[in-house]
Structures are given as structure tokens and as C-alpha cells.
Design a protein around this ligand. Structure first.
Ligand code: ZN
Length: 318
């Protein structure tokens, strides 16, 4: 009988991190500057571990390598997706990620297309999303001149907003924002600007200006996420994005609903509420901050209770 795979993730301390992973979700955090929980991850910089059941103690990386049947024998050397929760107490660096071709050629790993569901945001909180340069020459000149306010495009955010961030998009999560991020499993980041910040040792973090100029989409293209909503039983399903990298949905459960698998396997993160999931007549409790995978072979399941969930499945061409 195939069971859901529940995970214990890996906390990452960051100079811009805070305490929201504890304050909003009740996780144990290593310090007052905890930036990220890598909740469902097989990346070498922080693989998540199965917390219960038959595979307890194994990492997602080990399962990917040793039990391909759980993932529908999906081709590829690495588990392709990574789900994180980020708490930006102060702004992240302004950054851009390469696409797969550039990432594989220069960094030996895939590029990174990502997307963000805004869990919590302070009033007036904003992100950097894109830029105003019309040509590569203008982009380069404005970077070298430090004309950040003219170059960068700022967007105000509120809880419930969703942003699709394809590779090549200049971006930064601003201070006072907590997001759930679904991304390609990659850790390649080119830092364009870090506000001249120094860490506790007085060091600035490295910038990657040439790589950033190489990979940034110029002029900026503003992708519009989908907002497809369907009602299935007692659950409202909103599709934000569905492409070659991933499909990402919000499930708002208010009662009881049977759902069917729509991809090779499904990554699930509970953001709010209480309830349960029933698989093969076994019930597993769900609460905010629970992350799990419904492996290949679990074709349907029942969700019960009052739950807000972000779910994702891998795209066709990943
Ligand atoms: Zn990023």
C-alpha cells in the first residue's frame, strides 16, 4: 500500500531572515535570522527527510534514487521541484536566475524558474519584479551607475497574491513578506545588487554582474498568472500556473472532497487550518505547516476539514 510521504525540512539561516517560521507555523527555528524552510527538497544543499511510515529517516534524494516507482519513473538525475517557505524580515538581494541551458553550461545544474504565493505581508510591503531598461546597453549602464531606483520595477503585494517568476526575471522579495515558493530544484542565483549590506563579519556578499546581464530578459516581460477557479465538492481549486516546469494550485477545503491525481505525483503544503487526508482508508492528520508528497500510484484521496493548501505537480518537460 502506497502511503503519503511526510517530510521534515531543513532550516536555512539568512542575513535577511526573521522569526515568522516560528511565529506563523510553530516550527523550531535555529536563530532569530531564519530565512528559509526547505520543506520538500532533494537539493544537496538541504534535502528533506521522511518523518514517518515505511521510509522514515530516508531523504527525498535517497527515495528518488532508490524508489523511482514512487515518482512514476520520471526521467532525470534529480528530483525536479523544491518547495520552500521564505521569511524576509528585510529584503533579499536583487537577483536573477539562469534558464536550464545557461545553468547546465555554466553551473552544472538546471536553471531556476520559480513562483511565489504570498502567505503574509506587512502593509505597503513590496517586491522587485522586473526592470525598466529597454536595451541591454541601458540595463548595463544603469547597473554600473548604481541607478537602482530608476532601473528596478517595484510592485506592492498583499497576502494571497501569486507571482510567476520565469528564469531571466530580475526579482527581490521585499522586507515584511513571507511566501511559499515552488521552484525548479536549483540553487543558482546571480546577485545584481545587495543594497551594499554587510554581514556580521563586515563582509559584503559577492555580486554576479556579468552573469546577470547575460541571463536577464530585456526588456522585462510581465507574466500574468492564471486565475482559473473550479469548485469540486467542498473544495475550491484555483490554478495559478500550469506549464512545462510545474502546475501550482491552491485548494481551499471546507468540508469533505475526493480529489484525483492529475500529475505523476503531487507536492502538498498546508498553509492554514486543521483536517485530515484519507488514503486507502487510513487517515492522516493535517495542520498548518505540514508538507508531504502523494507518490505515483495514489490515484485518489479524500480531504476533510478546513484547510488552505498549495499543491504542485511536475510539468511534462521537466
Ligand atoms: Zn529567486
Amino acid at each position: 500500500m502506497i502511503q503519503p510521504l511526510f517530510f521534515t525540512g531543513v532550516m536555512q539561516e539568512k542575513i535577511w531572515g526573521g522569526t515568522n517560521l516560528r511565529d506563523l507555523f510553530g516550527y523550531d527555528i535555529p536563530s532569530e535570522h531564519t530565512g528559509e524552510l526547505w520543506a520538500i527538497s532533494a537539493h544537496k544543499n538541504g534535502p528533506a527527510t521522511v518523518s514517518q511510515g515505511e521510509y522514515k529517516g530516508q531523504t527525498l534524494t535517497e527515495l528518488w534514487d532508490q524508489h523511482p516507482e514512487l515518482f512514476g519513473h520520471q526521467p532525470g538525475d534529480v528530483f525536479p521541484l523544491l518547495t520552500k517557505i521564505l521569511d524576509a524580515q528585510t529584503a533579499l538581494s536583487v537577483q536573477v536566475h539562469p534558464d536550464d541551458a545557461y545553468g547546465l553550461k555554466h553551473e552544472g545544474e538546471l536553471g531556476k524558474t520559480e513562483c511565489w504565493y504570498v502567505i503574509d505581508a506587512e502593509d505597503q510591503a513590496e517586491i522587485v519584479f522586473g526592470h525598466h531598461a529597454k536595451t541591454k546597453e541601458a540595463f548595463t549602464e544603469m547597473i554600473h551607475a548604481g541607478e537602482w531606483d530608476q532601473l528596478l520595477r517595484y510592485v506592492k503585494v498583499k497576502p494571497g497574491d501569486f507571482f510567476y517568476v520565469p528564469s531571466g526575471t530580475v526579482h527581490a522579495i521585499g522586507g515584511g513578506i513571507t511566501i511559499l515558493e515552488t521552484q525548479q530544484s536549483s540553487d543558482t542565483t546571480y546577485r545584481v545588487y545587495d543594497y551594499d549590506r554587510k554581514d556580521e563579519a563586515g563582509q559584503t556578499r559577492p555580486l554576479h554582474i556579468q552573469q546577470s546581464i547575460d541571463v536577464t530578459t530585456i526588456p522585462h516581460v510581465d507574466p500574468k498568472p492564471m486565475q482559473n477557479v473550479v469548485k469540486q465538492g467542498d473544495t475550491e481549486i484555483k490554478t495559478f500556473v500550469d506549464n512545462e516546469f510545474f502546475k501550482v494550485e491552491e485548494w481551499v477545503v471546507d468540508g469533505e472532497t475526493i480529489l484525483k491525481a492529475s500529475g505523476l505525483y503531487t507536492l502538498v503544503s498546508v498553509l492554514k487550518g486543521e483536517g485530515s487526508i484519507i488514503v486507502d482508508s487510513t487517515s492522516y492528520p493535517l495542520t498548518k505547516g505540514t508538507h508531504f508528497i502523494l507518490p505515483h500510484g495514489i490515484n485518489e484521496w479524500t480531504l476533510k476539514g478546513h484547510l488552505q493548501i498549495i499543491a504542485s505537480t511536475p510539468g511534462e518537460n521537466i
